[in-house]
Design a protein around this ligand. Structure first.
Ligand code: ZN
Ligand code: ZN
Ligand code: FE
Length: 749
């Protein structure tokens, strides 16, 4: 006979861990107990030596599906002679546990709602310990029903029995509910509650080309038939969204395969419990409304992730499922706001009376070079921590301005917030401040160190002011943060070469950086190369009007006369912009790689004006005709110890190709190949100088799947070990994590 204590850390609460331990112990005739603690799960087992060994082995090798065990600490204890194995209720005031993200509906629950004989047949709020809402309904910890928005629903005797039976799938499933005692659906039309089955009314409205707001896990979506051109076009108009693609929900994986190419990794990602939106390539035969993703070969697809989704997809192959907001404002999640605002965009609202405590957008990812890469990390992922190896402080990293997230790092757990949005918007700023407060409370983390961007005018920089003279505040250069995000994610503990291709970020010298070669580690880097500078004609407006970038770069490459001649259709505006730039008026210099993509898209006639961030570069990537031959090239010149990526000959070659009538598809292909070659050439030169063959790729430009895929392949072929973002976005959504990592390392020094 022997007795052990086990301390288990990781994501082990709210994932059916204690019932699992209970059943396992019982099956091996072990005695003892299990309970949640402030740090995870604690168990003591007593019994035959072999049975105890098997218990520990089984726990390590086959933990419950949703659990993520980080460590198991086993210690021998004196025998106590318990008579049975029991689950001990959680003690309160626990503030060190990890909170589970929201989890997509499991197969067992999906089967129940489809089973006519089951008491949860067609019940939209079915869940169990393996699935259901979590983070979006948790108001406080510990994770108990009374601390969730389910507190107002009292379980009926049947649900209560399930909840209390350790052998039941719903043992301690906090949001447990059924049609007798749980939340209910409601259908509103023109502000009026409608009688009848809300799901039947939903289908009827979809068939009549209607737009319906649907309450989901982290907010409302706007839904319409994805194969109905008129409905989709009207949705665009109502949402005041011009070209930015809509995400869609498809009924099941077979339906997805009818519309899109899906490889094994993409299929696994679509089906996994996190249920993100996955960017897929449309099939040529794909018959969905053109206006869902105008002129775009790819499509953001997700599978149903709540029982309600399963039910509304029963009679629909494809529904547009775009977050309910006007333009880029935060998604609507509050029921009162929903009733006040949604009828301006939707004909009807399918809602329910389970409150959403926390707004949470859908996550978006893509699979490139065999790895899942998050573009937006939110529902299904937040607030699961990203590892920050070696950190021993509580660090609040405030992120950037666009696509903001913040990161609260507590020891080795970096809690990266869900997608917050663009902080230019006042409501988004309020959301940001509220979420920071909420994270500090939930994770009991009072910051000891602050990290922020160098940009003097960011909202996040202003937020950092409140800690001035109280806490150390580290200003982390934007592209250094991108670089550090990759190194920290891969726990790369040495110096490496960074190729950070981005839109813009505030540089150490006050210019706008963004096409950077860096050398350094997580704590510090030096700039060893950059794109040749060009002026942003008219400032920020040049980002929305790529033709201005083309004009500026063409003047530098071909001279003023040829540039003005090429852009003659813009008349005086072009010459006035150039004149202003000569006089240094409103024409800040940028080395942003994104701006070069913009310029090429405009020169090739692909896009001269944009309606959303990154649009010109996306269109340029979409235009690539990979069957066309050839490549342009960059000249790499030296200014003292600095490499300059000179694009002047490249621009001249593009202009010559355009004059020869070369197709835009070929120009796009030749340009992308040149950028891939540039990555390799710069890495080779840096290796010669610094001796490292480790390269980190990051920055928003690496959301370009062609560039990332071919960049990784070519660099590897040239003998480099290549690191790129996976868990945190390569865009500014990953900045906060990089800032936290850099600040942690700087504290260590
Ligand atoms: Zn379930
Ligand atoms: Zn019930
Ligand atoms: Fe950036």
């Amino acid at each position: 006979m022997i007795r052990y204590s086990l301390k288990i850390k990781g994501v082990v609460q709210g994932v059916g861990f204690r019932p699992y331990v209970f059943k396992l112990a019982k099956s091996l005739s072990l005695r003892g107990y299990v309970r949640n603690t402030s740090e995870g799960v604690y168990a003591e087992i007593e019994g035959e030596d072999a049975a105890c060994d098997e218990f520990i082995n089984e726990l390590q090798c086959h933990p419950p599906a949703l659990a993520q065990i980080k460590t198991i600490h086993v210690e021998k204890q004196p025998l106590r002679g318990d008579r049975d194995f029991s689950i001990i209720a959680s003690s309160y005031g626990e503030r060190n546990t990890l909170i589970s993200p929201d989890i997509g509906i499991c197969a067992a629950c999906a089967a129940e709602i489809a089973d006519k004989s089951n008491r949860r047949y067609r019940y939209a709020f079915t869940n169990c310990t393996d699935c259901g809402p979590r983070f979006t309904i948790i108001c406080d910890i510990p994770y108990d029903r009374k601390n969730t928005t389910m507190s107002e629903f009292i379980q009926c005797p049947d649900c209560r029995r399930e909840f209390e039976d350790p052998f039941d799938r719903r043992f301690h499933a906090q949001p447990n509910a059924c049609p007798v005692c749980g939340p209910k659906l409601f259908f509103y039309k023109r502000g009026e509650r409608q009688h009848g089955d809300p799901l039947a009314l939903f289908d009827e409205c979809i068939r009549e080309s209607g737009i319906i707001a649907v309450k989901g896990l982290g907010g409302y979506h706007l839904a319409c038939d994805g194969q109905n051109e008129g409905a989709v076009t009207r949705l665009r108009k109502n949402k005041v969204r011009y070209d930015k693609p809509f995400a869609v929900m498809m009924r099941d994986i077979d339906t997805v395969k009818r519309f899109c190419y899906v490889d094994a990794e993409e299929e696994a990602t679509l089906k996994c419990a996190r249920k993100p939106i996955v960017l897929l390539r449309k099939k040529e035969s794909c018959k969905i409304a053109e206006d869902i993703a105008p002129l775009n070969n790819s499509l953001g697809v997700m599978l149903p992730y709540t029982p309600l989704h399963c039910l509304i997809m029963e009679n629909n192959d494809v529904l547009v499922m775009t977050s309910a907001n006007i333009s880029d404002r935060p998604m609507i999640y509050d029921d009162n706001e929903a009733m006040n605002c949604l009828f301006a965009m939707a004909d009807a609202v399918l809602t329910h009376n389970r409150k959403i405590f926390r707004r949470m957008d859908d996550s978006v990812c893509m699979v490139v070079s065999g790895k899942v890469r998050l573009i937006r990390r939110a529902r299904g992922y937040a607030p699961e921590p990203v590892n920050l190896k070696g950190n021993s402080w509580i660090i609040l990293a405030l992120g950037a301005q666009q696509k903001n997230t913040f990161c609260l790092a507590k020891g080795e757990n970096a809690f990266l917030s869900g997608h917050i949005g663009d902080l230019d918007d006042f409501d988004t700023e309020k959301f940001y401040e509220g979420e920071i407060e909420s994270y500090m409370r939930l994770f009991d983390a009072k910051p000891e160190v602050i990290a922020r961007d160098m940009h003097p005018d960011y909202v996040s920089t202003r937020y950092a002011e409140r800690f001035k003279n109280k806490l150390p505040i580290y200003e982390i250069q934007h592209h250094h943060a991108h670089f550090a995000s990759v190194l920290a994610e891969h726990d790369l503990n040495e110096k490496a070469i960074g190729l950070i291709f981005d839109g813009t970020g505030y540089g150490e010298d006050g210019t706008l950086w963004g096409g950077e070669a860096l050398w350094g580690d997580i704590a510090e880097t030096e700039r060893i190369g950059h794109m040749l500078y060009a002026p942003l004609l008219g400032g920020e407006a040049a980002i929305r009007e790529p033709w201005r970038m083309a004009l500026a770069m063409m003047r530098i490459s071909c001279g003023e006369d040829e540039a003005l001649d090429f852009f003659a259709r813009y008349g005086d505006k072009a010459s006035l912009l150039l004149l202003a730039s000569e006089r240094g008026i409103n024409s800040p210099l940028t080395s942003g790689a994104g701006r070069l993509f913009d310029a090429v898209a405009a020169l090739a006639g692909i896009r001269t004006h944009t309606t959303y961030e990154g649009q010109a570069a996306i269109d340029l990537e979409q235009a690539i005709d990979d069957s066309a031959e050839g490549s342009y090239g960059f000249d790499i010149t030296w200014e003292e110890n600095m490499m300059i990526f000179d694009w002047r000959q490249l621009i001249r070659d593009i202009v010559r190709d355009i004059r020869k009538g070369c197709s835009s598809g070929r120009i796009a292909a030749k340009f992308h190949r040149a950028v891939v070659q540039l990555l390799v050439d710069v890495a080779v030169l840096a290796k010669k100088q610094y001796g490292s063959s480790k390269v980190a790729l990051s920055g928003g430009v690496f959301q370009n799947a062609y560039l990332l895929h071919h960049g990784i392949a070519r660099l590897q072929k040239s003998g480099f070990a290549v690191y790129a973002n996976e868990q945190v976005p390569a865009n500014d959504g990953g900045i906060a994590y990089g800032q936290a990592a850099a600040a942690s390392w700087l504290m260590k020094r």
